[in-house]
Design a protein around this ligand. Structure first.
Ligand code: DOR
Ligand code: ZN
Ligand code: ZN
Length: 435
């Protein structure tokens, strides 16, 4: 079997550490077949799926059931997150053994309304997860502040799209990043900051890295390319947590991505239906929109425009996610990224994003009508075509496999200066709880 790749760029397949494929529970929005075919058409060969499906992934049994669904339907490789919260506290070790790619902790409320642990509970959860070596991905927004703000804005009768941004100012994210980094430093837990949306979050992230905290961060195309200028056009469609912010965040976020302060690009692919995104009351529009199929074309367009070097982009789309989550090839081993997970693009072909031609079930996004440069032609997952000549290879449904078994992360090391503080604090907390 030969392939003529004349004129095409061969890139490592994207690794998107942040998608919501909604299956089981919300399969009218997306399922494992539609979500992973969207990934394949986007050049993304590995996705990590979030636990806010029904039931929330909190026990080894629920995890095993979700693995079975994904194994049957997935076109690309995948990892599954379990939630890190009260409902999973006693299952942390079993979930790690059962093959989660990482844990997800919701510091702020969003779709699925998973409860947010308070700081003491978070400390206990971090201590529990650290010895497993697994990374904790954080939705870093502070719930208490946001809920009060949203209530006040609703009561004041605000119903314009920007009201959503006003309910979740950058300070909400900064406070959460700062607190998460401190708890990670005390406990040694590895952490990952999801969807960095503001220039303000960069300082606590950079400071934590400088202190030696094992912390990584991601941002998405919407925080680099959309701004408050797009709210009037998109209305509820642009509603996402955390919100798209002012255009003056773009430059600092691009710079952070280039210099590695922000390690990687991830999409927070969060499909909802047109009906769910266009309700008349802004507060009732579901948050999020699809992104897994458009990330590489959007970013390659930015590369073509000279915004970023292609080597920096590949680091952010494949190398850094693999390193951060334990999938990076070790000497002498054949591992994802080294086993022909490939995306072949025609970097000169221009096209216009059309929500109705994308493969997510969602059919609505703020990218509709946007001109991009870079068209995917072929996608290979472990050496096999899943997209060939721009068409899905239907027989590859079920080819996708969980990547969790590939490489075990060593237990995380607590930072010695804080080891005793962590022990004392945990003891005090359990004393207070049992008193
Ligand atoms: O806007 C969002 N949508 N933010 C999240 O954190 C969750 C996501 C979803 O699941 O819809
Ligand atoms: Zn989130
Ligand atoms: Zn998300």
């Amino acid at each position: 079997e030969t392939l003529d790749a004349t004129g095409l760029a061969i890139l490592p397949g994207g690794i998107d550490v942040h998608v919501h494929f909604r299956d089981p529970g919300y399969t009218h929005k997306e399922d494992w077949a539609s979500g992973t075919s969207a990934a394949a058409f986007g050049g993304v060969t590995t996705v990590f799926d979030m636990p806010n499906t029904i039931p929330t992934v909190a026990t080894p049994e629920i995890l095993a059931a979700k693995h079975a669904i994904a194994d049957e339907k997935a076109f690309v490789d995948y990892g599954l997150y379990a939630v890190l919260g009260e409902e999973s506290l006693d299952h942390v070790e079993a979930l790690a053994e059962g093959g989660v790619i990482g844990f997800k902790l919701y510091m702020g409320n969003t779709f699925g309304r998973i409860p947010s642990p308070d700081t003491g509970a978070m400390l206990e959860l971090f201590e529990r997860v650290a010895p497993t070596g697994k990374r904790v991905s954080l939705h870093a927004e502070t719930n208490t502040i946001m809920e009060r703000r949203e209530k006040r804005l609703r009561e004041a009768g605000r119903n314009d799209p920007l009201a959503h941004l006003d309910s979740r100012p950058a300070v909400v994210a900064v406070e959460a990043v700062e607190r998460a980094a401190t708890l990670a430093e005390w406990t040694g837990a590895r952490i990952h900051i999801l969807h960095i949306s503001s220039k303000e979050e960069l300082r606590p992230l950079a400071e934590a890295k400088a202190r030696g905290v094992d912390i990584t961060g991601e941002t998405g195309p919407h925080y680099l390319m959309l701004s408050t200028d797009d709210y009037a056009r998109c209305k509820g469609v642009i509603r996402v947590n955390p919100p798209v912010r002012e255009a003056d965040c773009h430059e600092p976020l691009w710079n952070a991505l280039k210099d590695g302060t922000i390690d990687m690009i991830a999409t927070d692919h969060a499909p909802h239906t047109p009906e769910e995104k266009t309700r008349s009351v802004i507060w009732n529009c579901d948050c999020g929109f699809p992104g897994v199929e458009t990330q590489m074309p959007l970013m390659l367009t930015a590369v073509a425009e000279g915004r970023m070097d292609i080597r920096d982009y590949v680091r952010a789309s494949s190398e850094a996610p693999a390193k951060s989550f334990g999938l990076y090839p070790q000497k002498g081993a054949i591992l994802p990224g080294a086993d022909a997970d490939l995306a072949l693009f025609d970097l000169s072909e221009e096209w216009v994003i059309d929500d109705f031609k994308l493969h997510s079930l969602s059919r609505i996004s703020p990218w509709h009508g946007r001109k991009v440069k870079g068209k995917l032609k072929h996608t290979l997952v472990r050496g096999a075509f899943v997209v060939r000549d721009g068409a899905l290879v239907e027989t590859m449904k079920g080819h996708g496999r969980s990547v969790h078994t590939i490489q075990r992360m060593p237990p995380a090391e607590p930072r010695n200066t804080h080891k005793t503080i962590a022990a004392v604090t945990a003891a005090q907390i359990s004393a207070a709880v049992t008193a």
